[in-house]
Design a protein around this ligand. Structure first.
Ligand SMILES: [Mg+2]
Length: 136
């Protein structure tokens, strides 16, 4: 059976646009129009060949558009590979998995049952570091 890898969106798959997040987060279109982080799309495809990958993201509660836009972003940039693999939650620790790739410990990542691959830290600065670790 394939191992399960959970992947965060903002700051991991998604490059958040310029300007203060506290202002941007409530703008309609903000979450849809962000670009993928460098290497993220290829990394998602590569990981999907070896693992059961799910996208686990915490949407902004004050912006209901954020729910829809995350769904649309996934289809736009990750396509069929990501079909029906998006999980939106404020409690990531409730999702089962062997690994979670996340740039923070927030929203339950600190209580996640598997290994936290802390994206953006020295060991996992970029996607190629993560792939070296998970595809070896
Ligand atoms: Mg994040």
């Amino acid at each position: 059976m394939k191992k399960i890898v959970l992947i965060d969106m903002d700051g991991v798959l998604v490059q958040l646009g310029d300007g203060p997040f506290s202002e941007n987060k409530n703008k309609e279109g903000f979450f849809l129009n962000n670009k993928p982080l460098e290497g993220a799309v290829n990394a998602f495809k590569a990981l999907s060949a070896k693992y059961e990958c799910y996208i686990v993201s915490t949407p902004v509660w004050s912006n209901p558009h954020c729910w829809m836009e995350k769904r649309l972003w996934v289809e736009k940039h990750l396509g069929l590979e990501a079909n029906k693999r998006l999980i939106l939650t404020h409690n990531k620790n409730l999702v089962k998995g062997d690994f979670i790739i996340d740039d923070t410990k927030n929203y339950g990542v600190d209580k996640f049952e598997g290994k936290h691959i802390h994206f953006g830290t020295d060991a996992f600065l970029k996607w190629n570091n993560v792939l070296d670790f998970l595809l070896d």
